[in-house]
Ligand binder design. Structure first.
Ligand code: BGP
Length: 467
């Protein structure tokens, strides 16, 4: 029986319902059939103590072996689309040069399986997983890696572009900058703002060059980028707090949003980089490439807001330069939290992002490419029938979707909603601590999958195109 009359929030026809995941977090098989090492494989080898309960990336959720079963499950819970990423070091083990035929076979099989089952694959090229051979020469700090990335992107378009019609150059490109070069949660764990800026700049250049290549190759799909847009809310309307929020926004959102969508960098950021002596090395012609190769579509990842205030104390001039020389993070009294991840939950943020895109970014076509809730110890919610009763996740999704719906009513071109994530997977240094999936993965039983209550609910959501 259809619930059609009960639907209060109906979404536009053809809305993309699905989820997202990345190669390193789900494939497993990290050391088989010719795959090269990436920074995660390497970091785990040298510092396993940095990963929750010492669990590394070698097995993750075994999508490499179980993709057929997984795609059936996606279909079963109402997916019409799904974002995956290609592992660069699986496809091109050294980052440049030889292509691994086993990887080509694997990704062809996966893409075909998706299409046969009516789930459109959206494909990302880079999701935090730099091939180790390229990290050895400096990773994104080294311009040669931009060339290597462009060649890798072209290889992907050539191999899979006949079937994949939505491509994403990067996933949350600010995160490897923050994790690898500012705050010590990604390899190579350096604290060096100058490198951070160069990494960010090269990433943007690499994105524009991949977009340019895509168009020159006459590919007929869409190409975009996925950004984690974390709105910056000032503590108050006091001018000092407002200024702090404008600058935090320039550092963490507009640094990638403006060049990706408008082809230019935010002046506030450029000015600070100049004043502080951190301008990146830019070669002739780069800025034209960035200007002329903006994205067709934008993926928006939203988890939490950023709240800021004017600095309370003078910064230590001897300390390494950090963006927060210009603002302090603000802990708002009474905020709602996801205590497992330590992230504030603020549903309206998703609406504010979409309205900002509508008003200030030409209402670019976009979709929610990640949103979700990681919870520790979910096993305790498993009932006698074996199903995890994750009502909190259903509520979380609904509370965000209401705001997405409102933004669409007001004219936003949001085309879909993908949850992070399809099945429980490996969350980088948090490993399997927090579970995010519609489907649980039992690590003690060879990764056995069970659909959670939220997965069953999502099926109805997708069938009714609303709730
Ligand atoms: C995003 C990433 C994902 C994912 C998610 C959840 O930043 O794109 O790869 O992991 O966040 O965060 P975490 O795994 O750190 O809990």
């Amino acid at each position: 029986m259809s619930n059609i009359n009960k639907v209060k929030y109906r979404f536009p026809e053809g809305f993309w319902w699905g989820s997202a995941a990345s190669a390193t977090q789900t494939e497993g098989a990290a050391d088989v059939e010719g795959k090269g090492k990436n920074i995660w494989d390497h970091w785990y080898e040298v510092e396993p103590n940095r990963f929750f309960n010492g669990v590394g990336p070698e097995k993750t959720s075994q999508f490499y072996y179980k993709y057929k079963e997984d795609i059936q499950l996606m279909k079963e819970i109402g997916h019409n689309s799904f974002r995956m990423s290609i592992s660069w070091s699986r496809l091109i083990p050294n980052g440049v040069g030889e292509v691994n035929p086993k990887a080509v076979e694997f990704y062809n099989n996966v893409i075909n399986e998706f299409i046969e089952n009516g789930v459109e694959p959206f494909v990302g090229l880079f999701h935090f997983d730099m091939p180790m051979e390229l990290q050895k020469i400096g990773g994104w700090v080294n311009r040669e890696v931009v060339d290597a990335y462009e060649a890798y992107a072209k290889t992907c378009f050539e191999l899979f572009g006949d079937r994949v019609k939505k491509w994403f150059t990067h996933n949350e490109p600010i995160v490897p900058v923050e994790g690898g070069y500012l705050y010590d949660f990604h390899y190579p764990n350096e604290i060096d703002f100058g490198k951070a800026v160069q990494v960010g700049y090269h990433t943007i250049l690499s994105s524009a060059r991949a977009i340019k290549a895509y168009k020159e190759m006459g590919q007929d799909g869409k190409i975009g980028i996925v950004l984690n847009l974390t709105p910056s809310y000032p503590r108050s309307e006091n001018p000092a707090d407002l200024k702090a929020s404008v600058l935090a926004d320039a550092f963490f959102n507009r640094s990638f949003l403006d060049p990706s969508v408008k082809g230019e960098f935010p002046q506030e950021l450029v000015q600070i980089l100049k004043e502080e002596g951190f301008m990146p090395v830019i070669e002739d012609g780069d800025l034209d490439i960035i200007k002329n190769n903006t994205v067709d579509i934008l993926g928006v990842n939203y988890y939490q807001p950023r709240r800021v205030k004017a600095k309370e104390n003078l910064p230590n001039p001897e300390a390494p330069f950090m963006p927060d020389r210009y603002f302090d993070n603000y802990v708002m009294p009474g905020r709602k939290m996801n205590p497992h991840r330590g992230w504030e939950i603020y549903e309206k943020g998703i609406y504010d992002i979409l309205i900002n895109l509508k008003e200030n970014y030409g209402n670019i076509e976009c979709f929610i490419s990640e949103n979700g809730m990681g919870v520790e110890g979910e096993e305790k919610f498993r009932d006698e029938t074996g199903i995890i009763q994750d009502d909190y996740r259903i509520e979380f999704i609904q509370d965000h979707l209401k705001w997405v719906h409102k933004a669409i009513e007001e004219g936003s071109k949001a085309k879909g909603y993908h949850l992070w994530t399809f099945m429980d997977n490996w969350s980088w240094t948090n490993a399997y601590k927090n579970r995010y999936g519609f489907v649980s993965v039992n690590l003690d039983k060879d990764g056995e999958r069970t659909i959670k209550k939220s997965g069953q609910w999502f099926k109805k959501l997708s069938e009714n195109n609303g709730f």
